[in-house]
Ligand binder design. Structure first.
Ligand code: 4NP
Length: 178
């Protein structure tokens, strides 16, 4: 098992917070965070933890609220057998507070989330997704594929799958210990 990250949101929410809520956040909530939501939800269901771990996603921006995922997101997910059917949402400070983990897809997402949470908020539960990939270098991100092509969406999904496996391990360890 990969070593656990040297941070703990459980101190903030209490070890007994159930269900655990993981909120993925990117810029538009139509490409990367919907992919992460579908991947982690699949892994959670596959490991029988669907009643203990809730997964959702948001954008920091509101341009696409109420619309579906980018068609290239749905195509990439379908090619690998994941569920689709996303509706875009914009994150609020209350959504940040409610989540056990708030997981940004890149460093700008994390900076924007910290700004939105406010100067007095506890933001120790806001991390980047690739921090859960033990092989990723510090500061690693999932690049935005929006202005790219199918290859960029496939690459983003590759990175998301690896990091979500690491995140699932962390969640399983917490549930076992808790
Ligand atoms: P996402 O990609 O943050 O991965 O959903 C984007 C989607 C839309 C825009 C930018 C990035 N946009 O500028 O509309």
């Amino acid at each position: 098992m990969p070593s656990r990250p040297d941070f703990s949101p459980w101190e903030r929410h209490g070890d007994q917070q159930r269900p655990i809520r993981v909120s993925f956040v990117c810029l538009g909530n139509i490409c990367r965070s919907p992919m992460a939501e579908s991947v982690l939800r699949y892994l959670v269901a596959e490991t029988g933890l669907a009643d203990q771990i809730v997964v959702d996603s948001f954008g920091t921006g509101g341009w696409h609220v109420g619309g579906g995922a980018d068609p290239r997101t749905d195509e990439a997910l379908r090619r690998r057998g994941y569920d689709t059917g996303h509706r875009a949402r914009q994150i609020s400070a209350a959504d940040i507070e409610r989540a056990t983990w708030v997981v940004g897809l890149d460093q700008q997402n994390v900076a924007d989330l910290r700004d939105l949470a406010g100067p007095d908020a506890d933001v120790g539960h806001i991390r980047t997704l690739r921090a859960f990939d033990p092989a990723a270098p510090p500061g690693a991100e999932v690049p935005d594929p929006y202005y790219g092509d199918e290859t960029d969406f496939e690459h983003a999904l590759d990175l998301i799958e690896v990091a979500c496996a690491g995140l699932l391990s962390e969640l399983q360890a917490t549930l076992t210990e808790g």
